[in-house]
Design a protein around this ligand. Structure first.
Ligand SMILES: *[C@@H]1O[C@H](CO)[C@@H](O)[C@H](O)[C@H]1NC(C)=O
Ligand SMILES: *[C@@H]1O[C@H](CO)[C@@H](O)[C@H](O)[C@H]1NC(C)=O
Ligand SMILES: *[C@@H]1O[C@H](CO)[C@@H](O)[C@H](O)[C@H]1NC(C)=O
Ligand SMILES: *[C@@H]1O[C@H](CO)[C@@H](O)[C@H](O)[C@H]1NC(C)=O
Ligand SMILES: *[C@@H]1O[C@H](CO)[C@@H](O)[C@H](O)[C@H]1NC(C)=O
Ligand SMILES: *[C@@H]1O[C@H](CO)[C@@H](O)[C@H](O)[C@H]1NC(C)=O
Ligand SMILES: *[C@@H]1O[C@H](CO)[C@@H](O)[C@H](O)[C@H]1NC(C)=O
Ligand SMILES: *[C@@H]1O[C@H](CO)[C@@H](O)[C@H](O)[C@H]1NC(C)=O
Length: 560
């Protein structure tokens, strides 16, 4: 995705976003070019005159920071198009460099959060500030500032912050005997970053932000929900993808697949490649056309009751193109909901997600292993191959710092006029998309609100054919990330197609998103053109083919 960008890419994005300069001009002096280039949502926003010297603000900011417990590292002015490198960033983060898309003042500091923990925090403040504040999130068990998200949001004019979630790198080892680090991970990194970030924004620009936003997926989705549940004042608008909600049960569930598959030499084991080349096509042959279109996308996997029996080899004719009855049983178990002590703990993984097999490697899932070693049992040598029901139950019972993120009453967020947009790829092989429905239904029950009532402040979009947060055979580009907005040089900021800009429009103009228009580019490459588009419906409505139109056109689908 990032390979062939270079200067040309940076120039292209400058051109695309050029229109934003006119924030400082009056509406009447706007050129035709401006109207053509700037998303409608931005037009309604009249940024107050913020005439100040950006360059000198950036060089003097470090001496003005009086944040308690903060050690300021530096501030630097980074011109648009710069390819920033991060030589000190933990290599497991896989983020050695990032192209910065707009003139940015980058500020870095450490903020102690307790006597044994703290966060590495960065603020990316754009020259062309819209008055909006935004916090980014994290992923997995990390430990990694998501620089691509900082670049994306700052390019859109948000004063953007991100932190390392209390430790460096993707491993959970830092949690060991450091409850402060776990507490940062559970909620405190984001909240601290928001409190510090908002104040820093005001110090920097000389006036407070107007509206505050959050954007994150996976663990980042959980962090967004955590804010909604426990820090309702932090954000006006939260975009939370594939949330790792019901976190303890999620890690239990992720771990239980190893119980089902066994190790790579167990008779129950089926190699990951077989899930891709045997099971996935078989799932599609049974379920792809339930929605009336044979396109490799299962619009609603809830309707798919997959049975692998047809894959079982004929008696005495064992080949690579078929499986044993024992392996078929493994597959059946993998698609069952997960119970602990007779109670539903986590819903099933959805059929259709097995084209990216995560849990079928014959080894304990790494996040589960880390969580049990470094948090649940505080014992690095704990044998994670024998985890079973009593361990699953214990993890849930511990629920350190309420990391479960499962509160059903989110009325405080609603009552302060907050808006929440969640999305979940229906082919997510890491966090079951069914769990996002389950959370929606839970809130609906606990708050006694029908979906028509929840619609006023929360809309949940099921994105068919999307994997974990991005990618997949579906129309998965919905503006959820820089790459998911078309990538450098081709940003699609239309609020109909971009969940972040849809949120801005909802918060600032009161126009709620009815659908989210997803785009699938040929080979996921904008330059190769649009392969198809599909408007994704909000739960509990379902993407439904009209039976006659061209299924690659959004007009051929309705929400029913
Ligand atoms: C940015 O620099 C790194 C080396 O620091 C390089 O690997 C990467 O390809 C560069 N990115 C772009 C888009 O030029
Ligand atoms: C931001 O403002 C500067 C100066 O007004 C302008 O040169 C630039 O093109 C604008 N847009 C972006 C995206 O940086
Ligand atoms: C974490 O990484 C940052 C650089 O990204 C570095 O400044 C900091 O010292 C690291 N912290 C630890 C505890 O290694
Ligand atoms: C500063 O750090 C101390 C512990 O070292 C902590 O108790 C306190 O809450 C922190 N203050 C802020 C504002 O985070
Ligand atoms: C650190 O804080 C914890 C909890 O607030 C406290 O129990 C402990 O004594 C403190 N340790 C030091 C070295 O101050
Ligand atoms: C793999 O699992 C089998 C039981 O299915 C067990 O007998 C064997 O010891 C395991 N192998 C390893 C390397 O753990
Ligand atoms: C967890 O949440 C419950 C209920 O909101 C609260 O009573 C409790 O103090 C919280 N525990 C922690 C460690 O934050
Ligand atoms: C799609 O992209 C891959 C990797 O960039 C490339 O190898 C392949 O040739 C491309 N396919 C088409 C049809 O452009």
């Amino acid at each position: 995705m990032w390979g062939n960008l270079g200067q040309l890419g940076a120039q292209a994005i400058n051109d695309t976003l050029d229109g934003m300069d006119v924030f400082e001009l009056s509406l009447s002096s706007m050129t035709t070019r401006f109207w053509a280039l700037v998303p409608a949502v931005l037009l309604g926003i009249t940024a107050p005159a913020r005439s100040f010297d950006f360059d000198s603000a950036c060089s003097s900011i470090t001496s003005q920071i009086s944040t308690p417990n903060a050690t300021v590292f530096f501030s630097e002015l980074v011109p648009a198009g710069t390819n920033l490198s991060f030589p000190d960033n933990d290599p497991t983060c896989g983020r050695p460099s990032q192209v910065v898309l707009t003139d940015t003042c980058r500020i870095a500091m450490f903020i102690a959060t307790s006597n044994d923990s703290g966060i590495n925090f960065e603020a990316w403040f754009p020259r062309n500030w819209t008055g909006r504040f935004l916090s980014t999130g994290n992923g997995g068990l990390s430990g990694c500032i998501q620089y691509e998200d900082l670049a994306y949001a700052s390019a859109l004019g948000f004063a953007t912050v991100g932190a390392n979630n209390g430790h460096n790198g993707t491993s959970g080892e830092a949690f060991l005997n450091h409850p402060g680090v776990i507490e940062d991970f559970a909620y405190r990194s984001i909240h601290t970053g928001v409190v510090v970030g908002k104040s820093l924004t005001e110090t920097f620009y000389g006036s407070p932000h107007d509206k505050s936003y959050y954007l994150g997926c996976s663990t980042g989705g959980r962090q967004g929900l955590k804010s909604v549940q426990d820090f309702p004042e932090d954000f006006d608008g939260v975009v939370a993808g594939a949330p790792a909600a019901d976190f303890n049960h999620l890690l239990d569930w992720s771990g239980h697949f190893f119980e089902i598959t066994g190790n790579t030499s167990a008779p129950t084991f089926l190699a990951a490649e077989r899930w891709v080349d045997l099971v996935h096509p078989d799932v599609l042959s049974q379920c792809d056309e339930i929605d009336g279109v044979k396109d490799g996308i299962i619009e609603d996997p809830n309707l798919c009751n997959y049975d692998p029996s047809d894959l079982v080899c004929a008696e005495g004719n064992q080949t690579d193109a078929c499986i044993t009855e024992i392996q078929a049983e493994t597959i059946r178990k993998a698609y069952e909901p997960f119970f602990i002590e007779g109670k539903l703990a986590y819903p099933r993984i959805q059929p259709g997600s097995e084209d990216v097999p995560v849990f079928y490697t014959g080894a304990p899932f790494i996040y589960t292993a880390d969580w049990f070693r470094y948090v649940v049992y505080s014992d690095p040598s704990f044998d994670v191959t024998t985890l079973s029901e009593k361990d699953w139950a214990l993890a849930q019972e511990l629920d350190p710092f309420n990391i479960s993120t499962w509160k059903g009453d989110i009325s405080a967020f609603r009552d302060r006029q907050g808006k929440l947009l969640t999305y979940h790829g229906q082919a997510d092989g890491l966090i079951s998309s069914k769990n996002s429905e389950r959370y929606y239904d839970r809130v609906s029950d606990i708050m006694g609100q029908e979906s028509t009532q929840l619609d006023e402040f929360w809309r949940f979009f099921r994105i068919s054919g999307m994997g974990h947060c991005s990618g997949g055979v579906g129309a998965w580009e919905i503006g959820q990330t820089l790459a998911g907005a078309g990538g450098v040089g081709s940003l699609n900021l239309d609020p109909e197609s971009n969940v972040l800009m849809a949120m801005v429009r909802w918060v600032e103009e009161g126009v709620a998103p009815e659908k989210v228009l997803g785009t699938k580019y040929v080979n996921d490459t904008v330059a190769q053109g649009v392969e198809f588009a599909r408007a994704h419906c909000r739960y509990p409505l379902r993407n439904t083919y009209d039976g006659v139109g061209d299924p690659t056109k959004k007009e051929s689908w309705n929400c029913l």
